[in-house]
Design a protein around this ligand. Structure first.
Ligand SMILES: Cc1ncc(COP(=O)(O)O)c(C=O)c1O
Length: 243
């Protein structure tokens, strides 16, 4: 019997051979430190996404989960509140609780696990710092359109940053997923979360990145230590989208 492991939503096809070659080449020089910062990777990501984005609007991390954690470290204090919309990725509450943050839950509603935007807006308190939205959502596989995200961003108070987790966006077959990058270009309070674990088949390399207005990306970058990402991971990531 052939078993296809999908429990963590990894890519069953494996990584690109170009990513494997790049990682192997990097390992041959593993006696050397990686680049001190991730500026090369961030510039490459900006060039990949285009639309006038620059490397200063990106920050990398050792996985999408670490993107979440770095954003939390930069944008929420212990005792402040975050809103999540269950059923959602379990790491949101795990990470927030470990940092002493308070969680408000606004469950998705029937029919179709829809985002309850009115209840989200009602839930926002003076000390709410973060709102987590996942689109397409894990574990429901449901999604919402551009007007929903724009509506939330238009109405949410200035003290709240939206963590817009779209690590599964490459798998969406429907038209109408939000153009989240437009909101970064418009300098809204948003951090987009991407990962190389899913579509690019590099879960074991632990590479993720955030896209955010420069003022937010800089806050996150300032908290990172030097030599944060390993060379093999960065090289594999940059090779992964070469066709
Ligand atoms: C919704 C969601 N966000 C983020 C991640 C983080 O992925 P990784 O840490 O592998 O980059 C996952 C992984 O399962 C996920 O399902």
């Amino acid at each position: 019997m052939t078993i296809t492991k999908l429990s963590s939503n990894e890519n069953p096809f494996g990584p690109s051979p170009k990513a494997v070659d790049a990682a192997q080449l990097a390992i041959a020089s593993a006696n050397r430190y990686p680049e001190r910062t991730d500026s090369k990777l961030c510039d490459a990501l900006a060039a990949f996404h285009g639309r006038g984005l620059t490397g200063e609007q990106f920050f990398s991390a050792n996985s999408g989960v670490e993107v979440l954690s770095l954003v939390e470290d930069a944008l929420i204090q212990p005792g402040q509140r975050a809103i999540i919309c269950p059923p959602c990725f379990g790491e949101y509450s795990k990470s927030l609780l470990s940092k002493g943050c308070e969680i408000d839950k606004v469950p998705l509603i029937e029919p179709g696990f829809r985002l309850d935007t009115n209840s989200i807006l009602r839930k926002v308190a003076k000390n709410t710092a973060l709102l987590y939205l996942c689109n397409p959502n894990n574990p429901t596989g449901t999604w919402f359109g551009g007007n929903v995200l724009s509506g939330v961003l238009d109405k949410i108070p200035e003290n709240v940053t939206v963590i817009y987790d779209e690590v599964y966006y490459q798998f969406a077959t429907e038209e109408g997923l939000p153009d989240a990058i437009r909101h970064v270009l418009d300098d809204r309070n948003i951090v987009i979360v991407h990962s190389f674990s899913k579509a690019y088949g590099l879960a074991g390399m632990r590479i993720g990145y955030g896209i955010a207005p420069q003022r937010i990306a800089r806050k996150v970058q300032n908290r990172k230590r030097n030599f944060h990402l390993n060379t093999a991971g960065m090289e594999a990531a940059m090779a992964a989208w070469r066709i």
